[in-house]
Ligand binder design. Structure first.
Ligand SMILES: [Zn+2]
Length: 227
């Protein structure tokens, strides 16, 4: 009887005013997302907004026809489609599922109706967009200054924080695409982290076994983009 019917595991959704959340939730459905699913390509209409629960989304940029390079990640702290709150109708970047899981999804028109009723929500979306922007800027520096081992450690920790998972089904090929390095670079980095007993890696299953040790290995970008 005392169960809160609007309890949600997406932190952004949980942080908005209760009255707005009560209107939003019945308009949403819970969808399963699989690794590799493309939610939007850059320039595509934002038909839906997604609030991940334990799925992880990769914000990617495509340059010269290469596979999308990850510039930010979105998990239970955020959403895909925040631009709708700022009057943006099409995706600025590609959004791909990097870790399978569940998300709450709402049609953009219904989402916009709720935003009309609760204009204060735009402020929440705008602060979230700002943190996403910080991640993209940090990624530019990360690509330039930090080596693959540090970046892989950062990816795993940030993925853990945003999905609540410590095990990821992810191939080296997909990781090399996300990190923008050659596959052999990911292989070497993963085996170095494994040798130090920080992770376990086998057949596309990557598990964090020593979180604090991995934090020491990760570049400063991990701390700088925690929120
Ligand atoms: Zn870095």
């Amino acid at each position: 009887m005392s169960e809160r019917r609007d309890a949600v595991s997406n932190k952004l959704l949980a942080s908005i005013p209760h009255t707005a959340r009560k209107i939003l939730l019945p308009k949403m459905d819970r969808v399963s997302l699989s690794v590799g699913d493309i939610l939007y390509e850059a320039g595509q209409q934002l038909n839906f907004a997604y609030f991940p629960e334990d799925a992880l989304l990769s914000v990617g940029i495509v340059v010269d026809g290469h596979a999308p390079l990850e510039i930010a990640m979105i998990g239970s702290e955020g959403m895909a489609g925040a631009g709708l709150g700022l009057g943006i109708e099409s995706a600025t970047f590609t959004k791909t599922v990097s870790v399978s899981g569940v998300a709450l999804r709402i049609e953009s028109n219904r989402f916009k109706e709720v935003l009309e009723k609760f204009p204060a929500l735009r402020k929440d979306l705008s602060s979230y967009s700002q943190s996403l922007f910080r991640q993209t800027a940090q990624s530019a520096a990360c690509h330039r200054y930090h080596v693959v081992e540090q970046r892989l450690a950062r990816w795993l920790l940030a993925g853990r924080d945003r999905s609540g998972k410590v095990q990821f089904q992810v191939t080296q090929e997909f990781l090399s695409q996300l990190l923008g390095v050659r596959r052999v670079g990911v292989t070497n980095a993963a085996s170095m982290l494994q040798k130090r007993k920080l992770i376990r890696y086998s057949r596309g299953n990557l598990a964090i076994i020593n979180g604090p040790g991995l934090e020491e290995m990760a570049c400063s970008c991990y701390i700088n983009t925690q929120s």
